[in-house]
Design a binder for this molecule. Structure first.
Ligand code: IPM
Ligand code: MN
Length: 336
């Protein structure tokens, strides 16, 4: 078939190096993806109020699919967070963060297999904070039926599609009676349409404790924005950290922007030391989303094999391979 066009945001710091790794592996597996590359702007775009330009967001809308490296939030006031601008402006309402053990990289648990599905547009991330009087500040946590329902629909649909068994709604409705209460109500309504899936409600503090003690108790976890931010980092920690976990932001009509969630690592930027695994796994998610399962599987298997072999691991995984050494090893292991 013809080639697919996808937006690529290499991002800042180590972003361009790890994005290069994706490009090389896509070339090696001959994936028919043509990249529309956009860098983060140096000035605030008046149309977006952010360093993200209107053009680059338009590219994601047109392509329908994109991949993003880490972006530094520039110092200074009067502009919005780059990540949040993308999520909000593009209507990427569900943030999907799978967390799967990498067998060759030993952590406390061997078989972690969790998926955090995070509401991605509202909650405490609405950015509505102000000072009431001196010494008293207020933050508005917005929870709407529309956003809660659509992320719950997404979570259950995802669970069914991926042969998962259980959906846990994570909340603090014992205290946040109205906001988290509405979120739970929406999850319950959707759960009724999926009688084959086990549905449960777990209070967030207890969820953290249970995740750390026995991650096998959970499967798909669905929750409001801030809880998802926190729980997804906790889950990443169970398998070795943010350098090893992919993430996908999903919107309507198949619109999706996959991203590496880790930072820009300015200390090692430009030194060929970065681990590209998170953005590579995000690119695998992107291919899966495009139903290009064959190259997705090839890349995924090669990552697992290369890390398991242990010879070409980057510094963060206790090895001494450079980003390009590791990428070459991945290419060598394709199809093996
Ligand atoms: C994430 C990040 C972002 C978030 C930051 C960089 C705005 O931590 O994707 O989880 O808080 O959502
Ligand atoms: Mn986070």
């Amino acid at each position: 078939g013809g080639s697919i066009k996808a937006t690529l945001f290499p991002g800042d710091g180590i972003g361009p190096e790890i994005a290069e790794s994706v490009k090389q592996i896509f070339d090696a597996v001959q994936v028919q993806v043509e990249w529309d590359i956009h860098f983060v702007g140096k000035t605030v775009d008046p149309k977006t109020g952010s360093f993200i330009t209107w053009d680059s967001m338009e590219s994601v809308r047109q392509c329908g699919i994109g991949l993003k490296g880490p972006m530094a939030t520039p110092i200074g006031k009067g502009h919005k967070s780059l990540n949040l601008t993308l999520r909000k402006e593009l209507g990427l309402y569900a943030n999907v963060r799978p967390c799967l053990s990498i067998p060759g990289y030993k952590t406390r648990y061997d078989n972690v297999d969790l998926v955090t599905i995070r509401e991605n547009t509202e909650g405490e991330y609405s950015g509505l904070e102000h000072q009431v009087v001196k010494g008293v500040v207020e933050s508005l946590k917005i929870i709407t039926r529309t956003a809660s329902k659509r992320v719950a629909e997404y979570a259950f649909h995802y669970a069914k599609l991926h042969g998962r068994k259980r959906v846990s709604a994570i909340h603090k409705a014992n205290i946040m009676k109205k906001t988290d209460g509405l979120f739970l109500q929406c999850c319950r309504e959707v759960a009724e349409k999926y009688p084959d899936l086990v549905y449960e409600e777990v209070i967030i503090d207890n969820c953290c404790m249970m995740l750390v003690k026995n991650p096998g108790l959970f499967d798909v976890l669905c929750m409001p924005n801030l809880y998802g931010d926190i729980i997804s980092d906790l889950c990443a920690g169970l398998i070795g950290g943010l350098g090893l976990t992919p993430s996908g932001n999903i919107g309507d009509n198949g619109l999706a922007l996959m991203e590496a969630v880790h930072g820009t690592a300015p200390d090692i930027a430009g030194k060929n030391l970065a681990n590209p695994t998170a953005i590579l796994l995000s690119s695998v998610m992107m291919l899966q989303h495009l139903k290009m399962t064959e190259p997705a599987d090839m890349i995924h298997k090669s990552i697992l094999k290369t890390i398991a072999e242990g010879k070409y691991r980057t510094g963060d995984l206790g090895g001494s391979a450079t980003c390009t050494d590791y990428t070459k090893a991945l290419i060598d292991n394709l199809g093996k």
